[in-house]
Design a protein around this ligand. Sequence first.
Ligand SMILES: *[C@@H]1O[C@H](CO)[C@@H](O)[C@H](O)[C@H]1NC(C)=O
Ligand SMILES: *[C@@H]1O[C@H](CO)[C@@H](O)[C@H](O)[C@H]1NC(C)=O
Ligand SMILES: *[C@@H]1O[C@H](CO)[C@@H](O)[C@H](O)[C@H]1NC(C)=O
Ligand SMILES: *[C@@H]1O[C@H](CO)[C@@H](O)[C@H](O)[C@H]1NC(C)=O
Length: 461
Amino acid sequence: MSLLEYMWRTVGVLFILLMQSAGATECSCELTNAENPFPKDKLMGIETSAVDCNQKMQSAKMSEEGALRLGLRQRLLQLQEDMSALEREDDGGLYGAVSLRIIELELAEILQLINKLNRTHDTHQSLSTKVNATMLQVQTELKQLEKFDHMQIVQKLEENKRLKRSVAQCQEELRATPPPPTPTPGSCPQGNPVRVEGPRTYTVTQYGTSYTYGSWGRDPRPAAGKENWYWLIPLTSSNVYANYVRQYTSLSSLIAGAGPKDVSIASGNPTTNTIQGPNVVMYGDALYYGCYNNPSVCRFNLTSRAITTAPLPQDSAINNKFPFCHLGACYVYTDLDFITDESGVWVAYTSAENYGNVMISEVEPGDVPRLGRTIKTSLHKRTATNTFMMCGVLYATRYVDKDTEEIFYSFDTKSGMESYNLSMRFKKMHTNIQSLNYNPSDHKLYVYSDAYAITYDVIFE
Ligand SMILES: *[C@@H]1O[C@H](CO)[C@@H](O)[C@H](O)[C@H]1NC(C)=O
Ligand SMILES: *[C@@H]1O[C@H](CO)[C@@H](O)[C@H](O)[C@H]1NC(C)=O
Ligand SMILES: *[C@@H]1O[C@H](CO)[C@@H](O)[C@H](O)[C@H]1NC(C)=O
Ligand SMILES: *[C@@H]1O[C@H](CO)[C@@H](O)[C@H](O)[C@H]1NC(C)=O
């Protein structure tokens, strides 16, 4: 049996299991290609327990289990998409090594999620023994799958074509089933965000195209006299590190590259307390960024030039362990993503302990910053390309193609409601987005894309 066949069987089993959980009454993907007949009978018995699961899915405050379940469902959808992409990528028998690696990682993480679900107390009570048995079978298959040699895939091209048709067929049927209930996100006084328009500003910086990684923006809480200032930080060392902030007194001087004012953070690059990773923000005349080689939030005060730090929870991923990704590539050293919204500064990150799912922590101001409220989401960090926040709602983007990026996910920090069904697309000028952040004072997204500085307008209802 080929790797893809295994994948497909596995995904098939899980899909049906989860569609049932999500309240669909029936999903009958015919897996005629499988060597063993698909265990349809086994799955029939799930329906009763599915009602329970469905009620959990609908409860206002999502339980940990609900979040895991929703996350798992999304991971499987993602896996299926990635598999189709892998097929498209097939180049006469040579699959992209990066894609294979990502799918491998996905599978390993899906397995962890299943294990975690199994350990959850509620699951034991609500899932029937039959579901349990199915999970066990899936786990066994996943384990076998992980042992497969990559070369086996390339020898099974014909089979794969057939499997692809089955995937397409099942996708059709899944589309016909109603999606699980999701809230409409947003509690902005100006209404809910409806679309992203732009680009508005589109310019290469003073550095030309030398530095593909970096970030730029405008302080939402500027110091007196700096209301129209803009900041720019290209990662001048290895696409990873920077040791100074460049400021311009207006947008036109940034575009013209005129009269920049540099403030140095450290003399070396990289060294203790230099900037690591592109997704930094300026807020209240202080720069918030990931500290060099240290799982901490660094704050650089532009006035006093003092650096203060707040440690992230134990086990938080840094040093390119959980970057933002799409199927083709990951954005190096994007483990930490600093965010500004109406309420202040947040940091998005993850840990192995949280299965690589995004967590956000409020960064509380004070003489020394410290982390406040921490919220766990079901969003897997590697399936997103960036995150930002508006009015207490976290949003995530994903890569659609080289011309299009999509805001596909939201998490309302007030209600705890998550949604994966957003589709706010925007046009890219360049393939990659290395950093992206929302400025609550001018309602713009500031994007650094392959060395270009770009803004978009967020349009509200
Ligand atoms: C699931 O299976 C395990 C081991 O096979 C068992 O210990 C556990 O009680 C089962 N749970 C349910 C809900 O049947
Ligand atoms: C679920 O948990 C039980 C008891 O911890 C274990 O025996 C069983 O193998 C687990 N099942 C899966 C699918 O991980
Ligand atoms: C930065 O330093 C100045 C001067 O010491 C201080 O007044 C200000 O509150 C500091 N800003 C932050 C964000 O800590
Ligand atoms: C997402 O789902 C919710 C609830 O089903 C619905 O109200 C909302 O319109 C959906 N959003 C999109 C973009 O489809």
